[in-house]
Design a protein around this ligand. Structure first.
Ligand code: GLN
Length: 532
């Protein structure tokens, strides 16, 4: 295809309607037709990236292979499309302004007054087109965070208006709204949708396609009414009803011809409808898997979005093991030696979650100890792996005061420590080991059995590391360092091979688990959890 096509996805009426899932579904359907697709997210907040945001504010921080701390929607893009995103796939208002202000300081604007229009909007437009220009994608889908009508969204909407004008048929706007059901009246209401479209029209954007999120089926009449009042074609009003799994959404969108309508509107040949074979096989397997595997998630954030990728990786791995994952949050702040048995009752496997800071850390040690001494399959991720090492140092090696330098600056037994070269860094943003690093696996290990290959690459997001001074002692006592970074010699994976499944990874394997390529460690963890 000669020219890159741009699809914008905006949202109205309410936040959290699932723009990320709709964007991913559109991407999936176009990709299934053989197009080269990428998706990017523009977030209208001032932070440079979500790296410093509290998970309660913004859910999990996703990490790209090139080490960008990104919005969790990029996780959906990767899980649906099986692509790898980068820093260029996630832009914030903070980054747009920073780049404009840096240019102003350098004198690039030759004495001009710098304004939102045209300077900020030009920078937004440049970023919208960046990936398309550089990598010649057939489609670049741009999801705009926030809700139409927010003050901070305005420069993005003005940029879309200009781009639609400039690009003609090569640009298209999909607007996602919500159709509420008023129980007292027994009616579905389209007025919020009409208002939200008016809001877009008032800034000069006519949406081409409307996707209506709803809890109930929408009648043909209702959709026709929306089409008429909002100036869109009848076949461009798509229903997006709540689904038992988000992975069902592309199939429902295809059934209503969303991809066909997009192609027609952009002047592209429609051709055969792709069968989505492997995707549908996954869904069938998921529906058939009724037997449950119970996994305890030991962490401190009582919020699903905070561990989004772990949830998805577990549920994908469960499907491939013909099980349904039931994930139970276990608040590590409340765990003690006295209640741990009760808290982990019925759990067939436990995850010790990643995290930062002191809060809830002691409970993670309690869980690690109980799981280790009761041979419960256990997966420690990042801080979770560090907790496994500290617990082992305390209770097996006999260093009662063992700790991570993060939790206890003065610990004499710093089994987890900060690297020498990081000590001078004081700026909280971007001081971590981030992104994909190489790791070499020890052949004769449970980890190798799972990966079935010696060389792997996984994504990191942490400051502290396993202290190699203790390596020999750990290994002698049975906790082996089975994954090593070949460049820095840092320990990336620990395991107790004698136990059923007791593995900790310094990296985050959950980021690279996708629907069609579930992660080998999660697969083998679930397999161990269900083996009696
Ligand atoms: N807080 C730990 C560190 O910085 C672990 C981080 C994490 O779990 N992502 O090393």
């Amino acid at each position: 295809m000669a020219e890159t096509k741009y699809i914008f996805v905006t949202g109205g009426v309410a936040s959290s309607l699932g723009k990320g899932i709709i964007s991913s579904s559109i991407g999936k359907l176009l990709q299934a037709r053989g197009y080269n697709v990428t998706i990017q997210k523009f977030d209208p907040y001032i932070n440079i990236d979500p790296g410093t945001l509290n998970p309660y504010e913004h859910g999990e921080c996703y990490v790209t292979v090139d080490g960008h701390e990104a919005d969790l929607d990029l996780g959906h893009y990767e899980r649906f499309l099986g692509i790898q995103t980068t820093k260029a796939n996630n832009i914030t208002t903070g980054r747009i302004y920073k780049s404009v202000i840096d240019k102003e300081r350098r004198g690039d604007y030759l004495g001009k007054t710098i304004q939102i229009i045209p300077h900020i909007t030009d920078e937004i437009k440049r970023n919208v087109k960046l990936l398309g220009n550089k990598y010649k994608f057939d489609f670049v889908i741009t999801e705009i965070g926030g809700t139409v009508g927010d003050i901070e969204s305005l420069p993005y909407l003005e940029s879309i208006r200009q781009l639609k004008w400039e690009l003609g048929k090569n640009a298209l706007c999909v607007h996602l709204t919500y159709v509420p059901y008023l129980a007292a009246a027994g009616e579905l209401k389209t007025k919020p949708t009409q208002h939200s479209v008016k809001e877009l029209q008032s800034v000069g954007i006519q949406p081409d396609i409307l996707v209506l999120r709803t809890e109930h089926e929408l009648s043909t009449n209702l959709k026709k009414k929306v089409a008429l009042f909002c100036n869109v074609d009848d076949n461009a009003v798509i229903e997006s009803r709540d689904m038992p799994t988000i992975y069902e959404v592309p199939v429902r969108m295809q059934e209503q011809g969303l991809d066909r309508t997009i192609l027609e509107k952009m002047g592209l040949p429609v051709g055969e409808t792709p069968t989505l074979g492997p995707w549908k096989d996954f869904l069938n397997r998921r529906h058939k898997a009724t037997e449950v595997v119970h996994i305890g998630l030991v962490g401190k954030y009582d919020l699903q979005d905070a561990y989004k990728s772990i949830h998805e990786a577990l549920s994908q791995a469960a499907t491939y093991n013909d099980r349904k994952a039931e994930i139970h949050f276990i608040n590590s702040e409340k765990l003690t030696d006295d209640n741990i048995e009760e808290a982990l009752k019925g759990m067939e496997g436990i995850i010790i979650c990643p995290g930062f800071g002191q809060r809830g850390i002691e409970g993670k040690f309690v869980a690690a100890k109980y799981a280790r001494t009761h041979n419960i399959p256990t997966f420690g991720i990042c801080l979770g792996m560090q907790c496994m090492a500290i617990e082992f140092a305390r209770n097996v090696l006999g260093y009662a005061d063992a700790n991570s330098r993060e939790m206890d600056e003065k610990t004499p037994h710093n089994v987890i420590d900060i690297m020498e070269e990081q000590k001078s860094i004081t700026n909280m943003g971007g001081t971590m080991r981030l992104g994909a690093y190489e790791c070499v696996l020890e052949q004769n290990s449970k980890t190798f059995e799972a990966y079935k290959q010696e060389h792997i690459q996984e994504r990191h997001r942490h400051r502290y590391e396993f202290n190699n001074d203790y390596k020999a002692e750990f290994e002698k006592a049975g906790m082996r360092c089975v994954g090593i970074n070949p460049e820095s010699n840092l320990v990336e994976i620990i395991e107790i091979t004698g136990l059923k499944w007791y593995i900790g990874t310094q990296f985050h394997p959950e980021y690279s688990s996708t629907v069609l390529k579930p992660h080998p460690l999660f697969l083998s963890f679930i397999k161990a959890a269900i083996s009696k």
